[in-house]
Design a binder for this molecule. Structure first.
Ligand SMILES: [Mg+2]
Length: 433
């Protein structure tokens, strides 16, 4: 009988081999066509890629040659999807093109998008972003924008490595030399103390019994949720920053009552007090409290954030760099936020590539508040990140500044993570979580 370790290793090798075969097949076809073509046509073949031909015009070209040869995705435990974009110069770019619970769907999206990227120059990062987003005709959405985000991260990683500089250098940084990060504490003072011991000074929690709030909450729900937050504040002290995430799972009227009950304990922010699509209700809630309202993990691209800012529904934006369109899209959102006197606290419940992308952004913008993280990369990166006095030093390596630890990673290949099913305890109806 095979051990789980062997199965994982086999799965890893199988995934790598399948992706490699597909990529090499495309590359071989491209080379074969190039060999048959005259010089001028050869360069067109390489620029246009192996499987797609433009209906009109041509993409911009560099004088020096660098080509994308292969895109590989890997399901990585606990619920992530890593992307490697290979080039003919041997440079490999890393990205995390994943939507939680839909990793395989995102992998398929990458496979389809790869047809348009293989054979092209990876350095036209913004050009590729525009082409992937707009040539799809049906634009955006969680899956395609997450796939695009991971590709964009990997292209920046390649560009930084090609030029030998961190991505924040290419974006005019650094704007800071260390980045504040926060950790999850889930209403547990024990967990909070553990995170304090690990160096964190900023935290996030959720309302106690969140999924039991109902359409109209009882006084018991409000009092228990406020008391649980008060305990965390007591344990963390007045210098600590503690955000609280309603997950858009509480009705607007309950959100108002709960925010009022939380005000004496000064949360760093109230996250998604209502679903982010309910912009007018969020704006009304924002006007009824002095606490900052935060939102953004389920909002995509600069266009998605426009209404939030215009209606003053939130003053802390939380784009997820694996969902919103990537590093430069988040940079553009940060510029929009700056013009509205808002700050950025990027969402990230994902892996160390996502965190690395967030650090590059934080080092590139003036209006940064705090970066979410759930993994510093131990078991995934050759040099995991370290938190000291609440901050991570900005990486100095080229591109994203990280290297995967392939040996440790081999045991973590493959997963079947699914979103939670939650139902009302009394009548079985669906509730948010
Ligand atoms: Mg959230």
């Amino acid at each position: 009988m095979k051990t789980p370790r062997n199965n994982n290793r086999r799965s890893f090798l199988r995934t790598a081999a399948t992706a490699a075969t597909a990529g090499l097949a495309s590359l071989s076809a491209s080379k074969a066509r190039a060999a048959e073509a005259p010089e001028s046509a050869q360069s067109r073949t390489n620029v246009y890629g192996s499987t797609a031909q433009p209906r009109q015009g041509r993409p911009p070209q560099f004088k020096t040659r660098l080509r994308i040869t292969k895109l590989e995705t890997f399901l990585v435990k606990p619920r992530w999807l890593f992307l490697k974009i290979h080039t003919d110069a041997g440079i490999v770019g890393l990205g995390e093109p994943v939507l939680e619970g839909r990793a395989k769907t995102c992998a398929m999206a990458i496979e389809e998008i790869a047809r348009d990227l293989i054979g092209k120059d990876p350095r036209n990062v913004i050009h590729h972003w525009q082409a992937i987003y707009r040539h799809a005709f049906y634009r955006g959405g969680p899956i395609l924008t997450s796939a695009l985000s991971g590709i964009e991260q990997a292209l920046w990683d390649i560009k930084g490595k090609f030029l030998g500089v961190p991505i924040y250098e290419l974006l005019g940084g650094p704007t800071r030399d260390r980045v504040r990060v926060y950790a999850h504490v889930s209403n547990s003072t024990e967990r909070l103390k553990q995170q304090v011991a690990e160096g964190f000074t900023a935290f996030k929690t959720s309302p106690k019994n969140l999924t039991r709030s109902g359409a109209v909450a009882t006084p018991a729900f409000i009092e228990e949720a406020a008391a649980a937050f008060a305990e965390l504040r007591q344990a963390a002290g007045k210098e600590a920053a503690i955000g609280i995430d309603f997950h858009g799972a509480i009705s607007a009227q309950t959100a108002k009552s709960l925010i009022r009950a939380l005000e004496p304990f000064s949360p760093m922010f109230i996250e998604e007090p209502v679903p982010c699509q309910n912009v007018d209700a969020m704006a009304e809630i924002a006007r009824a409290t002095h606490l900052p309202i935060a939102t953004g993990e389920r909002i995509f691209t600069k266009w998605g954030f426009r209404e939030i800012l215009e209606k003053r529904a939130a003053t802390i934006l939380q784009p997820d760099l694996c969902h919103c369109g990537g590093i430069f899209e988040a940079r553009l959102i940060a510029g929009m936020a700056e013009a509205h006197y808002a700050t950025m606290a990027p969402h990230n419940p994902l892996g160390p590539i996502s965190l690395a992308a967030g650090l590059q952004l934080a080092a590139s913008i003036p209006n940064f508040l705090c970066q979410e993280q759930v993994s510093l990369g131990a078991g995934y990166l050759r040099t995991p990140f370290k938190v000291e006095k609440g901050y991570i030093a900005i990486p100095e390596g080229p591109g994203l500044g990280i290297e995967l630890d392939e040996n440790q990673l081999a045991d973590k290949i493959g997963h079947d993570w699914r979103n939670a099913e939650t139902y009302d305890e009394n009548d079985g109806s669906v509730v948010d979580w």
